[in-house]
Design a protein around this ligand. Structure first.
Ligand code: ATP
Ligand code: MG
Length: 548
């Protein structure tokens, strides 16, 4: 993996271009989202790649909205895209709209027609499919293919003037109906759509196709290296063909493809994610379970952790699926030396320490971060009544259970050894409280060495505990036995927990390690002065082993 960090195959291409002087040492990239949804972790990979590649060579990166499809602009999406790119830590050189180039694209199409390299066709979509041929068989030439440039120009002008209905005519590049690459079999480069465009209004009723528009957008902006995902590899000959044959740009950009990010337990298509939002399956685009950048941010991920993840996975030429545990590893790794620990108990069980004075309360010391001694200690109250975690008691212990059970003694972290003497039940048989005794000689920090215990548990003081709302998350999608990703109906579990007193002061967006549980963030939207709501960022342990 260290190889990826210093130089990846894209850097190698750029190094060669710099050596040959192809772009005069210039590196200019772009990130081109379609503003039809929120960005997800896959986009983060593309953003990091485009921006860090340019940075490495002292170059620049544009943010360009790919809005050649006449759909309504959604300001919410545009705003979210910009917020997310900035949050990841990047600043674009220019913010541009592909639709601003419609005039140049039109001129480029006219240029192709003049050169006899484009014609207006009237095949129906069904005929078009039939004429296209297959991977095994060459396509069939359209009867319109030998139109004169004059005829084609006149027809294209009529297309533009709105004389035809949607789908009645198309402008096609005249390339090669027998090409083994189906993308080169006279692809459509302009189509008719009588649809209002958010930017150009009703100026146009013809719109350029992606494969024609994208190289032109890149060339106009002086992009040198146009980085896209592998699905476009077979489109590269068309990308090059357009720029060469339009001929407006003497030193055209080059397209470079990399493998898109796929993650286990994660669906990553905007269309699918929008469906979840529209159907109310999640709280919104920024639901902490969503793989959107907004969701990850609310979940508690840091920009550093996402950038590190993108760096770690590197860029490859072959598709693969990354274990989502690696993303989780990156945030755990980033937080472990940064955030303070707090005591929180889930599924609380009350413990009465029967031999501890009733009116007494003392402060005991807790490390803020056991990895970072410089982060110091804090004091939390301890008294006769405490709460312990539901998972830290078993009335009938299983094998190798070293935590609290009747007759067993454990260490209460930061305080004393306690021993369970009696289990007090409610009428319905559930546990009401535990009666324990403590040994004053075992106070933490006293240097007690009289005997050892195997289990250590944590606590909060019952009188001063604050109630907090904790949301523990599971994956939104989980693999079934057939290996398909299935929507998980139980991806969130909300609990009321007890926390140490200082959690009453938690600010929205503040992160903690809940001791022995995981990393949590005070939810930005739901945390108020009165109520603290915490999202699980990531648990403490992982099966994922980073490569050395
Ligand atoms: P989706 O299918 O999820 O809607 P998209 O590719 O249609 O994604 P765009 O807004 O068109 O979304 O993408 C903007 C840029 O992000 C493109 O350059 C695209 O290649 C890149 N991108 C999208 N998804 C991924 C991914 N999973 N991994 C890496 N790059 C991605
Ligand atoms: Mg898209």
């Amino acid at each position: 993996m260290s190889e990826n960090k210093s130089n990846n195959f894209i850097h190698n291409i750029i190094d060669e271009d710099n050596a040959s002087g192809l772009y005069g040492g210039k590196v200019y990239t772009r990130f081109p989202p379609e503003p039809n949804g929120y960005l997800h972790i896959g986009h983060a990979k593309s953003i990091c790649l485009n921006f860090t590649t340019a940075q490495k060579y002292g170059g620049k990166t544009n943010l360009r909205y790919d809005d050649t499809n006449p759909v309504k602009e959604d300001v919410e999406y545009v705003d979210s895209i910009e917020e997310d790119v900035r949050w990841l830590g990047f600043q674009w050189e220019k913010r541009l709209w592909a639709s601003d180039y419609f005039d140049t694209m039109y001129e480029a199409a006219v240029e192709l027609i003049r050169k006899g390299l484009a014609y207006v066709d009237d095949l129906s979509p069904e005929q078009m499919r039939e004429y296209r041929g297959t991977l095994k068989e060459p396509g069939k030439e359209s009867p319109n293919r030998n139109q004169s440039p004059e005829e084609a120009l006149a027809l294209f002008e009529r297309m533009r003037a709105g004389e035809f209905a949607d789908g009645e005519r198309t402008l096609r590049a005249r390339i090669d109906m027998a090409s083994p690459n189906i993308n080169m079999r006279d692809p459509i480069i302009y189509r008719i759509a009588h649809t209002e465009h958010h930017n150009t209004g009703d100026k146009w009723c013809i719109y350029p196709m992606y494969d024609f528009a994208h190289p032109i957008e890149d060339a106009i902006e002086g992009i040198t290296h146009s980085i896209c995902t592998l699905e476009f590899e077979d489109h590269r000959p068309l990308y090059d063909w357009v720029l060469q044959n339009v001929g407006f740009w003497p030193n055209p950009p080059k397209q470079i493809e990399f493998a898109r990010l796929n993650l286990t337990n994660t669906v990553m298509s905007k269309r699918l994610l929008k469906g979840l939002v529209d159907d109310g399956m999640v709280e919104g685009w920024d639901d902490p379970r969503m793989p959107t950048i907004a969701g990850l941010r609310r979940r508690g991920y840091t920009p550093e952790s996402i950038r590190n993840f993108c760096e770690e996975i590197g860029v490859a030429k072959g598709n693969s699926t990354i274990d989502v545990a690696m993303l989780e590893h990156c945030v755990r790794d980033d937080l472990q030396d940064k955030v303070q620990a707090r005591n929180v108990v889930e599924d609380p069980i009350k413990v009465i320490i029967t031999n501890y004075p009733e009116d007494k309360s003392e402060m005991v010391e807790m490390e803020n971060n056991r990895n970072v001694p410089e982060m110091g200690n804090r004091e939390i109250p301890f008294s006769r009544e405490i709460y312990i975690d539901g998972a830290d008691f078993m009335e009938v212990p299983v094998k190798k259970y070293f935590r609290l059970f009747p007759g067993n003694e454990v260490r209460v972290k930061g305080a004393y050894f306690i021993k369970c003497e009696e289990v007090i039940k409610n009428e319905d048989g559930t546990i009401k409280e535990l009666h324990c005794t403590y040994d004053p000689a075992t106070r933490s920090g006293s240097g007690f060495e009289g005997r050892k215990v195997k289990g250590t548990i944590h606590f909060v003081d019952a009188k001063t505990a604050v109630k907090i709302r904790v949301r523990n998350y599971d994956y939104l999608y989980k693999e079934n036995e057939e290996g398909e990703e299935i929507f998980n109906e139980n991806s969130v579990e909300e609990k009321i927990c007890y926390g140490e007193p200082s959690l009453a002061e938690a600010k929205p967006g503040e992160r903690f390690q809940f001791f022995r549980h995981g990393y949590y963030i005070a939810d930005e939207k739901l945390t108020t002065d009165e109520e603290k709501v915490f999202n699980l960022i990531v648990g403490l342990k992982s099966s994922f082993k980073p490569k050395k």
